[in-house]
Ligand binder design. Structure first.
Ligand code: ADP
Length: 790
């Protein structure tokens, strides 16, 4: 084996090991092979189609190649003053994960947990005594044996991949739906595919389609670019048409006047378009195909990346699958394997002559499949569609630092999700208002990413319905087209769906924030006495951390004896996180092997990236805090816009008006901004101030109040001011409601507690976000970026 090959292999192994944490969250802990793709792939794959076509013509398909490995655990034991500890240490020393069983002398209590040297979290699971543990285990096993039920009646084009996934998991599919509730509902298009779901989990978030339309995504990223220009430089400069046509023209003219040698190219994309439909390139604003009046089509015009990275002289892009497992707390996973889609005409930098060559400039499968040069290869390393890992192998072999590329891609994904989450939360509370029964949501997104020649990843777009088809269209006889199985698609997409289901397995579900809050109140009272401090109780396990016993760097800071105060602990838990972004993910249950899976499944292909990298990215979540304020003042459940009275209430409550800024000025501000935004969002049926308009108003107010600071400092300062006012206000209300609630019957008290955590935005979390922001200001952002994978 030559040295170079070894080097490449090591690099790829390292890259794969980045995903090992997924296994910690997973239901089994088997080793993942270097490549999770099929050894027998076909190069013919299908991608880039949105899931709208329901026809499935092919029943025959290749086998899925599930791989299993060995459990890689060692056992060792040790004693710590009166507590016997058996520790399972993972073979992989880089991982250094310890599973611990603690027998507390004289109590018969057993505690299990694990720690990581990276200090990310500590979980300890006690039970009262061995007998009880067994009884509970028996109950849990019986519960677990009941297969998870999945309603696939609305799965549309993802049906085939879903069926295979359910089969691999030995779960129960209901292809025609079910009269009683299912655990999971799989929708092909939108949250609203099935309107009558009141429980379980749905694979779509309300509002995701709207949020990820080209214009909305551009707006959301732009807000973040205003606050954090350096961090959000992965999205090409964009203008929204027709409203920003003038700005676009003026800016381009200025650029050209300043430097005559600069001749930029722009790509125009219709707002609701997909699969490359209606896309064209221009070199001058006068080439825009704008229509007047009501015919004016909304579009995004974007700086065209002129120097993409080429492989085999061809332009290509990456389709990456990303799972948003939860909005609150934010949990993001990235699939370790993805697809690359290749152009079918050798790339040349754009010039007037080649601007219309779609096979040279657009990587969409749906377009290139019609080119005579499209290659349906049997290998995943050649052809017009390949696996991401095969391309990374190629790059690594050329000496490219693919670990850095991968780390930049992860950062891009997290930052993009952070940009869209604020508005998603507004949609969420409108569709599933607090207190109303409803399902919880998760969603797989398709990120389209282009690598520039200098290897910097650029975000092209995010698909809310990435194609999950595992067949591709092919000419089966002269002039006759049909769908044939595509092993590469199957390998990648079935893996993503199956592992999403595994992560969403209701038998491993953690309780809602509300359950945690309620449980904690009881536990803190009982457990502080015996030298053990209860942190939280989950459905199956009470998490207890021994005082003074350290399992990770998060612990000493978190659980110093001084932190015994009930209120403090309770509020930290409400926050779902701890000081300075020390998120403690709930993973205890997922360590257990799912009996239904029988250990036959491969390791998870989904790698957790958030909250894992909370420390690096939490400071960016400013818009989310603005959204929390916005939601708080929305008032009527199901509303998405703020009326003038609500806006006034916000100003009053946060004490933002004074003699220089009277309530009359507040009204003018409201009317001015709302009018402008209602023109910008023509299909908005609801009157009032939407979140984007509110953000603009907030920026304005922040600028007025803290003139001497830069925008992001202004925003942070105003956020802190508003949050402090609200906190004080809440304190008064809490005291009032407490005295009233003594007289209330139990049922009503529970309802009063049923605050949606999305709305409550607890103080410690906000403080942590502010601290993260302040800390970040002191550190070099580049250093943080480089640390993403460490
Ligand atoms: P659609 O949803 O119609 O596929 P995309 O935004 O994904 O729209 O663009 C289609 C294709 O155009 C991409 O796959 C990519 O090849 C190319 N493309 C899009 N934006 C850019 C850009 N800013 N620079 C270079 N190429 C781009």
């Amino acid at each position: 084996m030559c040295d170079h090959y070894v080097e490449v292999k090591v690099q790829l192994e390292q890259m794969k090991s980045l995903g090992e944490d997924a296994e910690k969250q997973g239901v089994d802990t088997e080793q993942v092979p270097v490549s999770s793709v099929s050894p027998d792939p076909s190069s013919i794959t299908l991608a880039g189609r949105d899931a709208s076509n329901t026809s499935i013509t092919c029943k025959h398909r290749g086998k899925s190649h599930s791989k299993s490995g060995k459990d890689d655990k060692n056992l060792c034991g040790k004693h710590i003053s009166g507590v016997s500890v058996s520790t399972h240490v993972g073979k992989n020393l880089n991982r250094l994960e310890h599973e611990q069983t603690l027998h507390i002398k004289g109590t018969g209590r057993i505690l299990q947990g694990k720690s990581e040297t990276n200090g990310n979290y500590v979980t300890i699971h006690p039970s009262k005594n061995i007998q009880e543990t067994r009884r509970e285990d028996g109950y849990n096993l019986a519960r677990k044996r009941k297969p998870v039920t999945v309603d696939s009646s609305k799965a549309k084009t993802s049906l085939e991949a879903l069926k295979l996934s359910i089969k691999q998991l030995k779960w129960k599919e209901f292809p025609l739906g079910r009269r009683t509730a299912c655990d999971i509902y799989w929708h092909g298009v939108s949250f609203h595919d099935n309107e009558h779901i009141v429980s379980g989990q749905v694979n779509k978030f309300p509002g995701m389609i709207e949020m990820l339309r080209k214009i909305n995504l551009s707006r959301a990223v732009r807000t973040m670019q205003e606050l954090f220009p350096e961090e959000y430089d992965f999205y090409p400069r964009s203008w929204i048409l027709p409203e920003e046509f003038q700005q676009f023209s003026t800016q381009i003219c200025m650029v050209k006047e300043n430097d005559a040698t600069v001749n930029p190219t722009f790509i125009v994309k219709p707002d609701g378009g997909s699969q490359g439909d209606g896309i064209y390139l221009i070199r001058d604003p006068s080439d825009l195909k704008l229509m007047a009046g009501s015919q004016a089509k909304q579009a995004v015009v974007q700086e065209y990346i002129q120097k993409p990275l080429l492989v085999d002289k061809l332009k290509f892009d990456i389709r990456l699958y990303v799972l948003i497992k939860s909005l609150e707390p934010l949990e993001i996973y990235i699939a370790k394997e993805g697809l690359t889609r290749f152009c079918t005409e050798p790339y040349q930098e754009p010039c007037q002559k080649n601007l219309s060559h779609v096979f040279m400039h657009l990587t969409n499968y749906s377009l290139n499949v019609h080119s005579g040069n499209f290659v349906h290869s049997d290998s995943q390393n050649t052809g017009s569609k390949r696996t991401l890992s095969s391309v990374l192998y190629r790059l690594a072999a050329k000496g490219v630092d693919i670990k850095k590329v991968w780390s930049d891609i992860i950062a891009l994904v997290i930052k993009t999700v952070i940009a869209v989450v604020p508005e998603l939360k507004v949609y969420y509370q409108a569709d599933i208002p607090p207190g109303k029964p409803g399902p919880t949501c998760f969603q797989i997104l398709g990120f389209d990413i282009l690598l520039m020649k200098n290897l910097k990843p650029v975000l092209l777009e995010v698909n809310s319905n990435p194609s999950m088809r595992i067949e591709h269209e092919q000419e089966v006889a002269p002039g006759v087209f049909g769908y044939v199985p595509s092993p590469v698609d199957e390998e990648v997409k079935v893996g993503v769906i199956r592992d999403t289901l595994r992560l969403m397995d209701p038998r491993h579900r953690k309780p809602s924030m509300l359950q945690v809050q309620n449980q904690v109140k009881t536990i803190v009272n009982i457990s502080t006495s015996g030298g053990w401090l209860a942190v939280t109780q989950l459905t199956k396990a009470l998490w207890v951390v021994p005082m003074g016993l350290c399992f990770g760097s998060a612990v000493p800071a978190l659980l110093s004896p001084g932190q015994h105060k009930k209120q403090e602990i309770s509020s930290q838990l409400r926050a779902g996180g701890f000081e300075h972004g020390e998120a403690i993910p709930v993973e205890g249950e997922t360590r257990e092997r799912n009996p239904d899976e029988g250990g036959a499944l491969p390791s998870l292909c989904l790698k957790p990236v958030y909250p894992k990298y909370t420390k690096q990215f939490n400071y960016l979540r400013l818009a989310e805090r603005i959204a929390a304020l916005f939601i708080r003042f929305l008032g009527v459940k199901g509303n998405m816009r703020l009326g003038p009275t609500a806006f006034r209430t916000f100003i009053r409550t946060c004490k933002l008006s004074n003699s220089n800024f009277t309530m009359a000025s507040v009204d003018i501000l409201y009317i001015d901004i709302t009018r402008r935004w209602s023109g910008a969002v023509p299909d908005s049926r609801e009157a009032g101030m939407g979140l984007q308009a509110f953000v603009e108003a907030f920026f304005y107010l922040a600028g007025r109040r803290f003139k001497s600071l830069v925008l992001r400092e202004q925003v942070v300062s105003l956020l802190e001011l508003c949050e402090a006012q609200l906190e004080a206000q809440l304190g008064i209300e809490d005291r009032r409601s407490l005295s009233c609630s003594r007289a209330l019957p139990r049922a009503i008290k529970t309802q009063t507690l049923s605050l949606n955590p999305l709305l409550s935005s607890p103080a410690p979390l906000r403080r942590a976000a502010s601290q993260d922001y302040r800390l970040h200001q002191r550190l070099n952002p580049r250093t943080l970026r480089a640390n993403v994978e460490n």
